[in-house]
Write a protein that binds this ligand. Structure first.
Ligand code: ADP
Ligand code: MG
Length: 633
């Protein structure tokens, strides 16, 4: 169908689809449901964006990550495609307004975070939206048995009944066969296809090392393999420690975690993406939505607690298809820790109740109140005041969240809002007395219709542009206007928020579905066990091991992971080694050569044997592989 190629070319400027994209697009265009499993960065968004543009009407996109949602909407708008978003933090009025505008404009994409799928509201407005496709991003979140269950995802099923005949496309980067089945059940798929991109990463070498000193091994890897790197750590404190140690060795590094202020986080991320900093040492808060092709190493200083996370994080290495390394480090005590994690991760009902009560007291939520409200939640202050262990609190909140009581979200984004609180006459007098603030007032009135009657989300940056000044000045002036009683100004918040889905009950009345809770605990234990099996795997190919975990049993041994390389130690004879060695040196004599070309240059030689020699020469510093994957002497 040349038609979808035209759309791809016209809006994105790409001349061809990536593997599976075209099949997925054609499937949903033919009206069938589809489940797409593609790695992060594989190009899932195009799979719903192209068919949505091919048809009349709009595509409803359900996505849990507000930051990514905002990026997507901005990117579409830059292409002159109308898109809106509804996220947690917006008032009901704003939601209704957005739904109305979406129905009346030529809107093509409506992004909604799942907790905003209020059935009654959507029931009312859905018919007017002319929905042509429903895309469910991060679809594994719908499964209780997955590693990232989010109860609001279950609301999507209710939509299905309102939208009969409209195809659903579920997208995820990683789901075990059990979770795949659960997605299909929960979304009540009709006739459908499952598209699964191969888990094969031919140029990504996995390895696992037991170490005495993490920092020594990390330094060693970074010295052997040039180019950008991500080092994942289990704690915020550790990110700083390791990045300090790397800096001491003159390796350019920065640490990153969710506890840093927002602008500091974006600065560090940008510095790393631009290659101004070589290594980013981070918690798993880093990496979402980052599309950097030339990462040469992803090193895990600590083992993650499931293979889903490991595969996604490790997979950020070598997106450009050139040689890259995924290295996992552990020491003996880690393995015990992983097992202890389970007790930490699933607090007792008594602990959950205690946390619920303490949080409600801290936030002063009265019994019977709080439903549908957001509260600023300063975790560190709370921990100090109530003397509770941080893990108990975090995971009790998670349990309460998964049972539908509340949600704790570090990512809630509440835009700044302004409403006028002065009469029109009063405003006139005020302007006469305070000419310095007049421009700011005029800009507000000009840019935001309805601002006199209700609170309207505003952007300080946009106002600054209108006033030809900077955002800081605007914020100062808005605060002055607020103090003078002219406006009610609520600055933007990206502080963590606690949202009460249900009104506060007395602690005795708090119930948790223990059967489901225990089953999630059991699944968690299973995932941990499988992570340990991966770590302890000394024989099977690591790539095959990962593929099998996700239900892909068709992988060939990769030939480049630690286990494959170890196995190959024997079959390579001394003569073969010498011959290959000479040939490689010959080829590299003139100029650096990309790995692929080097392999081709070795003729019909067994690829695994060639790799073994390349690895050996590299380890001996006889040849170098640079950050672009080119090999030289
Ligand atoms: P995912 O959601 O699977 O993580 P994205 O949809 O965010 O991935 O896409 C990742 C990147 O790949 C984006 O920069 C996108 O523009 C790019 N991309 C997607 N499809 C193609 C294609 N057919 N040709 C070139 N680039 C593509
Ligand atoms: Mg995506």
């Amino acid at each position: 169908m040349p038609f979808i190629h035209d759309i791809l070319k016209k809006h994105w400027g790409f001349s061809s689809f990536r593997p599976l994209q075209e099949d997925i697009i054609n499937c949903v265009l033919s009206g069938k449901d589809a489940l797409a499993l593609m790695p992060t960065g594989g190009g899932k968004s195009l799979c719903y964006q192209v068919p949505a543009l091919a048809n009349d009407g709009l595509c409803l996109v359900i996505s849990p990550l507000i930051a990514l949602m905002k990026d997507q909407v901005e990117n579409l708008r830059k292409k002159n495609i109308t898109a809106f978003a509804i996220w947690s933090g917006m008032s009901r009025k704003e939601v209704i307004n957005t739904l109305k505008v979406a129905g009346e404009s030529n809107c093509k994409f409506l992004y909604v975070s799942p907790e905003r799928l209020e059935t009654s509201l959507f029931k009312e407005y859905l018919p007017g939206l002319n929905i042509n496709l429903v895309a469910v991003d991060e679809a594994h979140c719908i499964s209780q048995w997955g590693y990232d269950f989010r109860p609001p995802y279950l609301r999507i099923a209710a939509l299905r009944h309102e939208l009969s005949g409209i195809p659903f496309l579920a997208l995820t980067a990683s789901a075990t066969p059990e979770v795949q089945k659960d997605i299909i059940d929960k979304l009540e798929f009709g006739e459908h296809h499952i598209f699964r991109q191969s888990f094969e990463r031919p140029a990504l070498s996995y390895s696992v090392y037991k170490v005495q000193s993490r920092i020594n091994k990390i330094t060693e890897v970074l010295q052997q393999v040039p180019g950008s790197s991500i080092v994942y750590c289990k704690s915020r404190r550790r990110t700083k420690e390791i990045s300090d140690l790397l800096q001491l060795q003159d390796i350019s590094a920065l640490h990153y975690h969710a506890g840093l202020p927002q602008d500091e986080r974006s600065n560090r991320q940008e510095a790393w993406i631009a290659g101004k900093v070589r290594v980013i040492v981070c918690t798993n808060a880093f990496g979402m939505g980052i599309d950097k092709p030339d990462v040469r190493t992803v090193i895990h200083a600590d083992a993650p607690d499931c293979l889903e996370n490991y595969y996604q994080e490790a997979g950020r290495a070598g997106r450009d298809g050139k040689k890259a390394y995924a290295v996992l480090l552990y020491d003996e005590t880690d393995l015990d820790m992983l097992e202890e994690k389970e007790a930490l991760r699933f607090p007792s009902l008594r602990e959950i109740k205690e946390v619920y009560q303490s949080v409600a007291n801290y936030l002063q939520v009265p019994a019977g109140g709080g439903q549908g409200q957001y509260y600023d939640f300063d975790m560190s202050d709370f921990l100090v005041k109530f003397k509770l262990p941080v893990h108990t609190v975090l995971y009790s909140l998670k349990a309460l969240e998964q049972d539908g009581w509340l949600s704790f979200n570090e990512q809630v984004f509440l835009p700044a809002t302004v409403s006028f609180t002065i009469s029109k006459n009063g405003l006139h007098d005020f302007e006469l007395k305070h000419p310095a603030l007049e421009n700011c007032i005029k800009s507000l009135l000009r840019a935001y219709g309805g601002i006199f009657d209700q609170a309207v989300p505003v952007s300080e940056k946009a106002i600054a542009a209108m006033m030809r000044t900077d955002a800081d000045t605007v914020i100062k002036q808005l605060l002055l206007l607020h103090q003078a009683g002219v406006i009610d100004y609520r600055p933007q918040k990206d502080s963590p928020q606690l949202y009460f889905n249900a009104s506060r009950v007395r602690t005795e009345e708090l119930t948790i579905n223990m059967e489901a809770y225990n089953k999630r605990k059991e699944q968690y234990r299973r995932r941990l066990k499988q992570m340990l099996e991966y770590i302890n795997e000394k024989k099977a190919c690591r790539s095959q091991h990962i593929g099998a975990y996700f239900g892909d049993n068709n992988l060939q041994p990769c030939g480049i992971c630690d286990n494959c390389l170890r196995k190959k130690d024997t079959p390579l004879t001394k003569e073969e080694f010498d011959l290959l060695h000479r040939q490689i040196i010959n080829i590299l004599n003139d100029e650096p050569v990309p790995v692929k070309k080097l392999l081709a240059g070795l003729g019909g030689i067994n690829k695994e044997k060639a790799w073994q020699v390349i690895e050996f020469l590299q380890a001996e510093n006889k040849i170098k592989v640079d950050k672009n994957g080119a090999v030289s002497l």
